[in-house]
Design a protein around this ligand. Structure first.
Ligand SMILES: [Zn+2]
Length: 433
């Protein structure tokens, strides 16, 4: 199906006309009515118009019935559309595209919504009937048209939405179902009636009639291990928890089921996986702005860990363009264990330092203009902390520069963990810059 555009206002310039665009996706077509310029032209500035409520209601009915149809056809995904009067999006089956265009045209030009309602009526599936209580066999070609497994998946989605347990099985030409209400879902719906308006429990008191059909037993997990079980007791305990994970990601509002956090947390805990095609003899690599890009990318990946953990705005390693010579010998030390980068130190050479006494936390005022390597940032993977990794990295920095550990400089402000490390490495005091 080719994308096409239909202009509704014959006398207006195309740029000012309302227009309907039809886009084809794999499972359905999206009929989109663009009223953006029309709304601008017909409303006073600063007033955001609204669709008439009768129009909105008709559109909602079409959307509800139409999306159900598309799921019923086997579409496994979800839908999204905006709110408001400027854009109206209706996902519909390919066979309904013309009817949808006509119904929208009538609604727009004549404020007449009967065709939208007629479309919704035609698309409406008997979900209520399908999910009624009781053991039943629904037969393909009589009760439904989709392939049985597709139909069963659709019913499972609907049941979940209604808080039902389906107990369903697809056969070659039919599905067997026995929808029952989960006690916990009943409790939730009775606790929050405002969240479930018009919800009626049709299932709890249902008694199977004498002549109920008997589902053929085909083996498998037919045994209901919750039969006769006692319901769970629920309570509310006053608990306060951190909203931030140690890795720096928020623990609440995990919109993607926590997938992004899970991936980041694994990298934070185990370190960054070393690409298999990267030859890395030994376990320490010194990456400079002139290193091959794969190494500089690895350093940047490592740099993202402390960035997220400490909520910095910038990555401590940013050399991702062409190889370049950095003025202060900027470099990143990567330490490897178990094929992961588990330690990361960024250093640079500078010659403005002052002395910090770590015992009484005083700066002696003594300034120093010796060229020294300075630690800008150290990070150790979560699972490797407390094993002296950071201290090894400081030694590596000193050795690389050709000085003693006590000669390196620390960039301020120094974190608590950094202070503890500095105290261990140079108890008498350190250079800071
Ligand atoms: Zn985490």
């Amino acid at each position: 199906m080719t994308e096409r555009t239909i202009y509704l206002d014959r006398n207006a310039r195309p740029s000012e006309s309302r227009k309907i665009t039809v886009r084809a996706y794999r499972w359905y077509a999206s009929v989109e009515l663009d009223r953006d310029n029309y709304v601008d032209a017909t409303t006073t500035r600063g007033q955001e118009p609204e669709l008439p409520s009768a129009y909105k209601e008709a559109l909602d009915r079409v959307r509800l019935a139409s999306t159900d149809r598309i799921w019923y056809d086997g579409y496994p995904g979800s839908f999204s559309w905006g709110e408001g009067a400027r854009w109206i999006t209706l996902p519909v089956q390919f066979s309904q595209v013309e009817a949808t265009i006509q119904a929208l045209r009538l609604a727009e030009l004549e404020n007449e919504y009967s065709q939208l309602h007629a479309l919704a009526d035609r698309l409406q599936l008997p979900v209520d009937e399908w999910l009624a209580p009781g053991e039943r066999e629904l037969v393909r070609g009589i009760d439904f048209q989709s392939p049985p497994q597709t139909f069963l998946n659709f019913l499972r989605g609907k049941s979940k939405h209604w808080g039902l347990r389906l107990n369903g099985r697809a056969t070659t030409g039919s599905v067997w179902i026995r929808p029952t209400l989960l006690p916990v879902q009943k409790t939730i719906r009775e606790m929050y009636p405002d969240r479930y308006p018009q919800w009626v429990d049709r299932w709890s008191g249902y008694v199977e009639p004498e002549d109920a059909p008997i589902r053929p037993w085909v083996g498998g997990r037919d045994q209901d291990l919750s039969h006769g079980a006692n319901p769970i007791h629920f309570d509310d305990v006053d608990v306060s928890t951190d909203n931030d994970c140690p890795c720096g990601m928020p623990l609440r509002d995990q919109w993607d089921d926590g997938k992004a956090h899970t991936a980041h947390h694994a990298a934070w805990a185990f370190g960054i996986r070393v690409p298999k095609n990267l030859m890395w003899p030994g376990n320490l690599a010194v990456v400079t702005p002139q290193s091959p890009i794969s190494w500089r990318k690895l350093a940047a990946k490592a740099g993202r860990m402390p960035m997220r953990e400490n909520h910095y705005d910038f990555n401590s390693w940013s050399y991702l363009g062409e190889p370049e010579e950095a003025p202060n010998n900027d470099r990143a030390f990567l330490l490897k264990a178990n094929e992961y980068v588990i330690g990361y130190l960024v250093g640079t050479d500078t010659n403005e330092h002052s002395r910090l006494d770590l015992l009484d936390e005083s700066t002696s005022g003594a300034s120093d203009d010796t060229l020294r390597p300075r630690i800008d940032l150290i990070w150790t993977a979560g699972s490797y902390r407390g094993q002296g990794i950071a201290s090894k990295l400081v030694h590596a920095l000193a050795e690389d520069f050709g000085c003693q550990v006590g000669d390196v400089s620390w960039s301020t402000p120094i974190s608590d963990a950094g202070r503890q490390l500095a105290r261990r490495l140079s108890p008498e005091g350190i250079w800071v810059s």
